[in-house]
Structure formats: structure tokens, C-alpha cells
Ligand binder design. Structure first.
Ligand code: RET
Length: 237
């Protein structure tokens, strides 16, 4: 069998190192935290980057990759992305939901939509014809838009009921999520998965790496950097 991982492995290794450093940084920062509610944010965020580091390592070493026949063309598909996102995107939403003080139904709706989005996105990646790939992509993008709608609606309303510092931190993180998450379907459809042949695999892999590091490590740094704000989020006023 020929090696499936090409020159894009450079970006996959940078992703592996970045996620590992992020994990170590969050572990270091979380060591002194004693409040169980505060610990929740650290535990969730540490799992996010740990899972991503493992999946980037899987991709860089050729385990997390396969080939899919689309028409008469062979596509290289990094399936480990979907394994990563299936677990890490719900955890990111859980971080945001805890910060906003959301109730169980809101959390369940968000996470349900998210899993539906990644599941249908994975079907899109494995579908055998360009038409069905784009149809599944559209279904998945619909779920993303519904999810962002809940984020801007119910969740933002919940956050506004918190102290002004918490509400403002929530606003920053929410805007970061909206800006970054909307780029994923764009990179996907322009990249090799979309079969339009606009963005080559090398640059697509670089783009996903930058997005993943920003959406996980960047998000975690912003969330965890202000201990006093988080303390306010976990102490009932
Ligand atoms: C796919 C393809 C199909 C259409 C849509 C997608 C959305 C993916 C998203 C991924 C977010 C990942 C994050 C990772 C963190 O590091 C599956 C690419 C809508 C939104 C935040």
C-alpha cells in the first residue's frame, strides 16, 4: 500500500504539536484550581485539546486517513477529523453553555444539532457522487446555521442574565465561535472534499489546522485566562 499522507503532513505535525502544547498549558493553569465548578471548565477544555492532539497525531502518522472513490476519482479523506469534531465540538458548546448558565434543554438542543452536523458532514465526506456529497454538505450546513441561531438567541439571552463581566466574556467567545465555525463548511466545499478542485489538499489541511488551533486553543486561552470572571460565572449572585 502506498503512503496516503503527502506533503500536507507538515501541517498535521504542527497541529499535533500545537494541540499538545495547548493541553500542557491548560493543565498547568488548572493545577491550583480547587473550586469544583471552576474545575469543570478546565476538565472540558483539557479534553478538547487532548482529543485533538491524538487525532492530529493519527492523521500525521497515516492512521486517520483513507481513500474514497468518487466517480472515477480517488479522494484522500482524513476521517479522523470527524472523530475529533464529534467529541470536541459538543465539549466546546458545553463550555459556552456552562458560562451562559443554560438549562438542560438548551444544552441538549445545541449538542444534538452539533452531533447531527458532524454526523451528516461525515456522510458528506464518504458519499460516492459529487451530487450527494454536496446535498449532505447542505444538510450539515443547515444544522450549523440552526445551532448558531440558538447560540445567538437563547444562549445569549441566558448570558445577559449573568454579571456584566460574564456576559461580555460570553459575547467574545460566542463571536469567535460564529466567525470560525462558519469557515469550516467553506474550506470543506472549496477543498478536496467538495470535488470542485479549488483548494488543493495541501492548503486545505493548512486552513483546517489554523481553524482548529484557533477554535480550540485560542478559545480555551480566552475562556480560562480570566479567573476572576470565571469565578463570577460559578458563584450564584
Ligand atoms: C463540515 C462539512 C459539512 C458542512 C459543515 C461542516 C462543519 C464543521 C464544523 C466543524 C467545527 C470544528 C471545530 C473544531 C475545533 O477545533 C463537517 C466541515 C457545516 C463547524 C470547531
Amino acid at each position: 500500500m502506498t503512503a496516503l499522507v503527502g506533503p500536507e503532513s507538515l501541517w498535521l505535525w504542527i497541529g499535533t504539536i500545537g494541540m499538545t502544547l495547548g493541553t500542557l498549558y491548560f493543565i498547568g493553569r488548572g493545577r491550583g484550581v480547587r473550586d469544583p465548578k471552576m474545575q469543570e471548565f478546565y476538565i472540558i477544555t483539557i479534553f478538547i485539546t487532548t482529543i485533538a492532539a491524538a487525532m492530529y497525531f493519527a492523521m500525521a502518522t497515516g492512521f486517520g486517513v483513507t481513500e474514497v472513490m468518487v466517480g472515477d476519482e480517488m479522494l484522500t479523506i482524513y476521517w479522523a477529523r470527524y472523530a475529533d469534531w464529534l467529541f470536541t465540538t459538543p465539549l466546546l458548546l458545553l463550555d459556552l453553555s456552562l458560562l451562559a448558565g443554560a438549562n438542560r434543554n438548551t444544552i441538549a438542543t445545541l449538542i444534538g444539532l452539533d452531533i447531527f452536523m458532524i454526523g451528516t458532514g461525515a456522510i458528506a465526506a464518504f458519499a460516492a457522487t459529487p451530487g450527494t456529497r454536496i446535498a449532505w454538505w447542505a444538510i450539515s450546513t443547515g444544522a450549523l446555521l440552526a445551532l448558531l441561531y440558538v447560540l445567538v438567541g437563547t444562549l445569549s439571552k441566558n448570558a445577559r442574565a449573568q454579571s456584566s463581566e460574564v456576559a461580555s466574556l460570553f459575547g467574545t467567545l460566542r463571536n469567535l465561535v460564529i466567525a470560525l465555525w462558519l469557515l469550516y463548511p467553506v474550506v470543506w466545499i472549496l477543498g478536496t472534499e467538495g470535488t470542485l478542485g479549488i483548494l488543493p489538499l495541501y492548503w486545505e489541511t493548512a486552513a483546517f489546522m489554523v481553524l482548529d488551533l484557533s477554535a480550540k486553543v485560542g478559545f480555551g486561552v480566552v475562556l480560562l485566562r480570566s479567573r476572576s470572571v470565571l469565578e463570577r460565572a460559578v458563584t450564584p449572585s
